[in-house]
Design a protein around this ligand. Structure first.
Ligand code: CA
Ligand code: CA
Length: 456
């Protein structure tokens, strides 16, 4: 765990970056700032029930694939139920492919409604831009496409494809045997990108990296491999011996136990689901491994708290969420979500001016702009929750908070300007930074910092 000193230092660095470039809504990924919740599944006993109701009250059976939808919902490869389930943005679950039949049933349903087709043991799922989705049907060795109208067709019959992951910029990557393949954005053009991945079995997890390579799990040899663009394959995590060790050191010297999936991170590192260790581990851009979720105990516990203190039994699939967090599929039938406790927003104390001089004795107000970005709409903030260095927003004589929506930085997005009561600022004179905190109407915590200069 970082000390308060280093956490403050990180916050400062973020503030400096945002001040310099006006980059907004940087996701926070430090594990101690995160919380874990259950977003699907209600029982450890494999089951099928709950369609039409809340996903958190539904039953699932061997969740081995998850994929995030653009509207905040997600898809689940509910493998042993022989179905793809969808959880919408309101948390309601339905079946969108598979009639429940699988083992010992021949494939049928081509060209008809996906919910009436036999989709034996689907292990991977990925949304398409048109509202449809792709499915890795492991049982029948088929990749399916389900169009926005719900019609299922086979796009290719590879040899045992387990997962389908989206590629940045469109298209999909599919680990199969003997290599790794891509599909275009329409699910066509099945193309070899790694001729021979060298893993002991079909990789369960795959992720494209920003340098053009592919990370994938060699689950039964307890390793994560990387195929580089020059054709070489290297080990990037795991000694090859099953176990749990190595946190804080090089990932290649660490023991893993059946690593299942990998998720590339924007900072050049990656997450891996360490299946039999009941943990999510992170390998940073320098190759150092740490545990970021899971206490090693194989039962569901710890929702609402830090993911490090939570129990995450048999973690399988990983998928990034738009808020900088991620989903974890669990073999025993739940989906957990790790969320940043707060999102970082860019603020500008005394908009457009610098330094941000404040006279604590002025008995006035200080204007602060909370800036909107592609990822964050500042006008969704509840003004009653906002504080700057502990000081609330001034309330006018008519009882309304002094807050208004204006495009302060001229980027075409409305920002929120708030006026903070100067007399309530908890600044003693030693600070060179003020922290703004608040919540959106939907309850998302926000935090931003800007420099201050106290003047007499
Ligand atoms: Ca300023
Ligand atoms: Ca703006």
């Amino acid at each position: 765990m970082k000390t308060n000193q280093t956490i403050l230092q990180s916050v400062k660095s973020v503030a400096l970056i945002t001040a310099a470039f006006l980059v907004t809504a940087l996701p926070v990924t430090r594990a101690q700032d995160q919380t874990i919740t259950t977003v699907a599944g209600s029982t450890d006993d494999w089951a099928f029930f709950g369609d039409g109701g809340p996903a958190t009250e539904a039953g699932f059976s061997e969740i081995v694939g998850v994929a995030v939808l653009p509207d905040g919902g997600f898809l689940i490869a509910d493998a042993a139920n022989n179905r793809i389930r969808k959880v919408d943005a309101n948390g309601i679950v339905t079946t969108v492919a598979g009639n429940g039949l699988g083992f010992r049933h021949a494939y049928s349903g081509e060209g008809g409604p996906a919910t009436q087709a036999v989709v034996w043991y689907p292990t991977g799922v990925a949304p398409m831009a048109d509202g449809g989705f792709l499915v890795a049907g492991y049982g029948h060795q088929r990749l399916f496409k389900v169009d926005p109208q719900g019609t299922l067709t086979t796009v290719v019959q590879p040899s045992y494809a387990w997962s389908i992951k989206p590629l940045t910029g469109g298209g999909f990557v599919v680990p199969s045997y003997p290599g790794i393949y891509t599909l275009d954005a329409n699910g066509g053009n099945f193309t070899t990108v790694v001729a021979n991945h060298g893993a002991d079995d079909v990789p369960y997890g795959v992720a494209a990296t920003t340098d053009g390579g592919y990370l994938y799990t060699d689950t039964y040899r307890h390793r994560v491999l990387k195929a580089k663009t020059d054709g070489t394959i290297t080990v990037v995590a795991g000694t090859g011996v099953e176990g749990f060790s190595g946190d804080g050191g090089p990932a290649t010297a660490a023991r893993l136990a059946y690593p299942w999936d990998v998720l590339a991170l924007p900072d050049g590192g990656f997450l891996l689901s360490d299946y039999v260790n009941h943990r999510i581990r992170k390998v940073d851009a320098n190759g150092i491994i740490t545990t970021v979720a899971g206490n090693g105990i194989a039962r569901d516990a710890g929702d609402g708290g830090s993911p490090l203190a939570a129990s995450i039994p048999w973690p399988t699939a990983l998928a990034a969420t738009a808020d900088g967090g991620y989903l974890i599929g669990e073999w025993n039938g739940r989906v957990r979500k790790v969320s940043p406790a707060f999102i970082i927003v860019a603020i500008d104390i005394k908009p457009g001016t610098y330094p941000n001089s404040i006279n604590l004795g002025s008995k006035g107000t200080v204007p602060v702009a909370i800036l909107s970005s592609d990822a964050f709409d500042a006008t969704t903030i509840d003004p009653s929750t906002v504080t700057l260095a502990g000081a609330p927003i001034k309330v006018a004589n008519n009882g309304r908070f002094l807050a208004s929506a204006q495009d302060v930085d001229g980027d075409g997005r409305l920002d929120l300007i708030v006026h903070v009561d100067t007399t309530a600022l908890a600044l003693t004179g030693d600070e060179d930074l003020a922290i703004l905190e608040g919540q959106t109407w939907a309850g998302q915590l926000i935090r931003g910092t800007d420099s201050v200069r106290l003047v007499p």
